[in-house]
Design a binder for this molecule. Structure first.
Ligand code: C2E
Ligand code: MG
Ligand code: MG
Length: 578
């Protein structure tokens, strides 16, 4: 706002006594109708002029505030009315000092009723001054609102990342004087499934409640912030020892795990927590946050719903992972993967029924990297989706040329099954490669069924409707719940190789394999023993009544080229694989 336009210049007011009566009235009307309070004083701090707005702003009486009254009396009147805060003599001294400097003097007055006035006093030639009082309450409020928004999260009204960082830097200065503090990074477990299953409004409500519970778990000087999504962070201050953070972490987990009632839904969730402590782990805000984040990552790796302290080895491991992740991306772009195929053999006829496609990555410096090492990283980074699609396409394009009765088995990761496009990807690849659906088997593990069960089962049913077979891989390593076997009509159960390895070690493993094979039979499913390495194992499995085996005894996984040669030789010999 251009203030000078609304103000009367000192020269004009000083000329007041010499004005015509008409002009003087005109000027008075103008001054009394201004949005600001205007006052003029002489060099002896005596009031020369004051407009009506000023009296209204401070609730003052025109009886007291009239030309000739001293600033001292005027302030005393304001004190009486409760619109002056401080010591009037002090105020006058500062004002006079300001005026003596010859420059405008400004200050903001904050009244008890919440109003705020901006006061600018400008010195005049004769030693007096003119003061304008402007009500800036609204402006100040909106500035405060904007400042608040910039440093708080809109959903929970908790401090955001910016404010967390400021507070952390501030608190770290105190740590240097002998205290210790902890940064906790927190992440809700499976928040995405709440959002997916119940919708975003309920997800938002859950985040708000979690924010409230976190705040209730901490003390006044601590900071609880929301970093975005389902990520929160806490600065714990005034700690005696690092283990205090573990006490807080336990308290938080206990509180967060209590059920939530939202809109008629009961929601249960858990939280994973990573902790980094200053000054032990780091003294720098960024490093401390990074360490807590790494510890959180470690906590999630431990199976979620748990907390971990930062350890320096996490840093080394994380670096190695990041490098591996980069290499993986490059390998996918540069088509550096290859599929090997391992036969599955009918235990009664000894004939090959299928080959399982197994990923191989020949790294220029790392050598052959096991899928067991890189699949988990591909899963976490989402790379598994394009990689898995490549595997499916390559395996189908290869298997379409195999003898009619030989199927190909392809492993599917949980991330692929959670991807909405899986069904159309599979249909598209089958059409593109000319591969009949009945020749394809998809292998999934129980972890797939643990997550997002409803949508997953629907996808599995759709796939099965196409004619694709579904096998339950690595049975016995996960929860091995019978309810999984009941929840979906699998075509095959693959018994994990750990049970097969133990087969000759007493009766217990044999009893387990026997039970699973019988269960499979009753449910009309095939049973495949994985990792068969010895004749003894094979004989026992035959006796038990397993239907299929896979393992080094018959063959390791082989490159596609070797398979083509094998099929050619078989055809020449006219034996066929059946
Ligand atoms: P899996 O699906 O259970 O595959 C069987 C694993 O057991 C393969 O290891 C295979 O080489 C190994 N194996 C087979 N017979 C024997 C044996 O007699 N003795 C021993 N000790 N091991 C045997 P591999 O190829 O290292 O694959 C490991 C896992 O990586 C697979 O386990 C599967 O879960 C995953 N994987 C491999 N390829 C893919 C893929 O294309 N996509 C996805 N999502 N996962 C894959
Ligand atoms: Mg498999
Ligand atoms: Mg397996």
């Amino acid at each position: 706002m251009d203030r000078s336009r609304q103000q009367v210049t000192p020269a004009e007011i000083l000329a007041f006594p010499h004005m015509t009566r008409q002009n003087a009235q005109l000027l008075e009307t103008v001054l009394n109708n201004m949005a600001q309070g205007v006052l003029m004083f002489d060099s002896e701090t005596r009031l020369i002029f004051c407009n009506r707005r000023y009296l209204e702003m401070y609730g003052m009486s025109a009886e007291v505030v009239k030309p000739g009254c001293l600033l001292r009396d005027l302030l005393a009147h304001r004190l009486e009315r409760g619109t002056f805060v401080g010591d009037p003599d002090d105020y006058i001294a500062r004002l006079r000092e300001g005026m003596a400097s010859g420059k405008p003097y400004s200050l903001t007055v904050s009244l008890d009723d919440g109003r705020a006035f901006s006061v600018v006093s400008k010195p005049l030639d004769g030693g007096g001054w003119i003061a304008t009082h402007e009500d800036v309450t609204e402006r100040q409020r909106s500035e405060e609102r904007i400042a608040h928004m910039a440093r708080h999260d809109a959903l929970t009204d908790l401090p955001n990342r910016v404010m967390l960082r400021e507070r952390l830097e501030h608190e770290l200065k105190r740590v240097k004087r002998g205290e210790c503090l902890a940064v906790l990074c927190l992440d809700l477990d499976q928040f995405k499934s709440v959002n997916d299953a119940l919708g975003h409004p309920i997800g938002d409500e859950l985040l708000k409640l979690v924010g409230e519970r976190l705040r209730a778990c901490t003390r006044e000087p601590d900071t609880v912030a929301r970093l975005g999504g389902d990520e929160f962070a806490i600065i714990m201050t005034q700690m005696q020892q690092p283990t205090d953070a573990a006490v807080l972490a336990r308290r938080i987990r206990e509180s967060i795990a209590k059920p939530y009632q939202i809109d008629g839904h009961q929601i249960v969730t858990d939280i994973s927590i990573g902790i980094s402590v200053a000054p032990m782990d780091a003294l720098d805000a960024e490093e401390l946050m990074r360490n807590a984040d790494m510890a959180l990552y470690g906590a999630k790796g431990d199976g979620r719903g748990t907390f971990r302290f930062f350890e320096p080895e996490m840093n080394t491991r994380m670096k190695a992972r990041r490098e591996l992740e980069m290499d993986l991306r490059n390998a996918l772009a540069g088509r550096k993967f290859e599929l090997y195929y391992q036969p599955l053999v009918d235990l009664r006829t000894n004939a090959i029924t299928a080959f399982e496609a197994l990923l191989r990555w020949n790294h220029p410096t790392r050598g052959v990297v096991s899928p067991a090492d890189f699949i988990p990283i591909a899963e976490e980074t989402g790379l598994i989706v394009p990689l898995g699609e490549w595997v499916l396409r390559t395996a189908c394009a290869e298997a379409v040329n195999w003898p009619e009765h030989i199927k190909v088995a392809v492993n599917l990761s949980p991330a692929q099954l959670n991807n909405r496009n899986l069904l159309s990807t599979v249909t598209g690849i089958l059409a593109e490669t000319g591969m009949p659906a009945r020749k394809l088997q998809l292998e999934i593990t129980e972890t797939v069924l643990l997550q997002n069960t409803f949508a997953t089962l629907a996808t599995l049913h759709e796939l099965r409707k196409l004619g694709v077979q579904i096998a339950l891989d690595d049975f016995g390593t996960g929860y091995s719940s019978l309810s999984y076997l009941r929840s979906f009509p699998f075509d095959k159960i693959k018994i994990d190789r750990s049970f097969i390895q133990d087969l000759s070690n007493g009766s217990e493993p044999a009893a387990i394999v026997n039970a699973v094979a019988n269960l499979a039979k009753c449910l009309n499913m095939a049973s495949t023993a994985e990792g068969v390495e010895t004749e003894q194992q094979r004989d026992m499995l035959q006796a038990i009544g397993c239907t299929e085996m896979q393992g080094y005894l018959f063959s390791r996984a082989r490159p596609a080229q070797e398979l083509r040669q094998f099929f050619e030789d078989e055809a020449e010999q006219g034996i066929g694989a059946a």
